[in-house]
Design a protein around this ligand. Structure first.
Ligand code: NAD
Length: 305
C-alpha cells in the first residue's frame, strides 16, 4: 500500500447505509485523495455520490465518484459492505447463504486485485465472509481482514462511559469472538484509566452491560432499520491505522494461529494493524471462562465457514 496519505484511493463496494456512511466519514476525516463507490443499484450509487460531492469543498478529499470493478481492482484500500442487511429479528448468521453468494460473484467480476491492496470486510456475517474473501481474493491473508468486534468494543466503551460518567476514550478492553450472538466481553481485559473493571462493577452489573451491548443491534434495527454510524467510525479507526501506519491494536477478524487455542478461522481477536494490514497477532491470555467462550464462538463460526 502507498504510504502517501493524499494519494490513497479507497473503493467502497456497496453504497447502502453502511457503505455511504463510511464514504462520508472517510471524506470528512480527510483520509483519501479519491473515494469510489460501487453498487449494483446505479441510482443509489449516483445519488450518494452527488449528495457527497456537495460537501467536497469543505474537505481535503479531491474526488468522490462512482466506479466499476476495474476501479476496485486498482485501489489501495477496498471496503466490502455489499450484500443483504439484517431485518428485524434476523441474526447476522441468517445472512450467510445470500451474502456468501453475492460476495463470490463480486470477486469473480473484480478479477486480479492490485497486489499491495488491503481489503476490509464489513458485510455480515463478517467472520465467515472475511474467511471467504481471503480464499478468493488472491491476496496474502494479512492484507484481508474484517471489522470483527471493533463495533461491539466501541459499544462497550460507550455503554460504560455513560454508566460511569467518564470519557469513553479512557476505557480500555475488548469484546471478542464472533461479531454476533456468540460474542462476549473479555472482562479480564477491561479497565477504566488503569482501574480493573471488577473493582468498579458487580458481576450482575457486568452481565447487564454485556446483554445491552450484545442486543443493541436488534434494538436499533427495530427502531430505524439499520445501524451505520458506529460501524462507519470503527472503519475510520481502521483506515487511520492503515493509512497512518499506526500499529494500532484492534479486535479485528483475521486468520488466527493458536490464539487462545483457536487456529485457521477468522474471528474477532486482537491484532496490530498498520500499513500492511495485520502486522502481527496480539495474543491476550484470556481466563478459563473467556477461553471457553472464545472456543465456543470458534466452533460455531467453523460450521458456517
Ligand atoms: P444496505 O442494504 O443498505 O446496503 C447494501 C448495498 O449492497 C445495497 O445498496 C445493494 O444494492 C448493494 N449490493 C448488493 N449486491 C451487490 C453487488 N453484487 N455488487 C455491489 N453492490 C451490491 O445494507 P447496509 O445496512 O449498508 O449493510 C451492509 C452490510 O454491512 C450488511 O451485510 C450488514 O449486515 C453489514 N454490517 C456490518 C457491520 C459490522 O460491524 N461488521 C455493522 C453494520 C452492518
Amino acid at each position: 500500500m502507498s504510504n502517501d496519505k493524499l494519494e490513497q484511493k479507497i473503493a467502497i463496494i456497496g453504497a447502502g447505509a453502511v457503505g455511504s456512511t463510511i464514504a462520508y466519514s472517510a471524506m470528512v476525516k480527510n483520509l483519501a485523495a479519491e473515494i469510489i463507490l460501487v453498487d449494483l443499484n446505479k441510482d443509489k450509487e449516483r445519488g450518494e455520490v452527488l449528495d457527497m460531492c456537495d460537501a467536497l469543498s469543505f474537505c481535503e478529499t479531491n474526488i468522490v465518484r462512482v466506479g466499476g470493478y476495474k476501479d476496485v481492482a486498482d485501489s489501495d484500500i477496498i471496503i466490502l459492505t455489499a450484500g443483504v442487511a439484517q431485518k428485524p429479528g434476523e441474526s447476522r448468521l441468517d445472512l450467510v447463504t445470500k451474502n456468501k453468494s453475492i460476495v463470490s460473484s463480486i470477486f469473480k467480476e473484480i478479477g486480479n486485485i492490485k497486489s499491495t491492496a488491503i481489503i476490509v470486510v464489513v458485510s455480515n456475517p463478517v467472520d465467515v465472509i472475511t474467511y471467504l474473501v481471503q480464499e478468493i481474493s488472491g491476496l496474502p491473508k494479512n492484507q484481508v481482514f474484517g471489522t470483527g468486534t471493533c463495533l461491539d468494543s466501541a459499544r462497550l466503551r460507550s455503554n460504560l462511559a455513560k454508566r460511569l460518567s467518564v470519557d469513553g476514550k479512557q476505557i480500555d478492553g475488548f469484546v471478542l469472538g464472533e461479531h454476533g450472538d456468540g460474542e462476549f466481553v473479555a472482562w479480564s481485559t477491561v479497565s477504566v484509566a488503569g482501574k480493573p473493571i471488577a473493582e468498579i462493577l458487580s458481576p450482575e452489573e457486568m452481565n447487564n452491560v454485556y446483554e445491552e451491548v450484545k442486543n443493541e443491534v436488534y434494538e436499533i434495527i427495530k427502531l430505524k432499520g439499520a445501524t451505520y454510524y458506529g460501524i462507519a467510525m470503527a472503519v475510520v479507526d481502521i483506515l487511520e491505522a492503515l493509512i497512518l501506519n499506526q500499529n494500532k491494536i484492534l479486535p479485528v477478524s483475521y486468520r488466527l494461529e493458536n490464539y487462545n487455542g483457536v487456529s485457521d478461522i477468522c474471528l474477532g481477536a486482537t491484532a496490530v494493524v498498520g500499513s500492511n494490514g495485520i502486522i502481527k497477532s496480539w495474543p491476550i491470555e484470556l481466563n478459563e471462562i473467556e477461553q471457553n467462550k472464545f472456543q465456543d464462538s470458534a466452533k460455531k463460526i467453523k460450521e458456517y465457514i
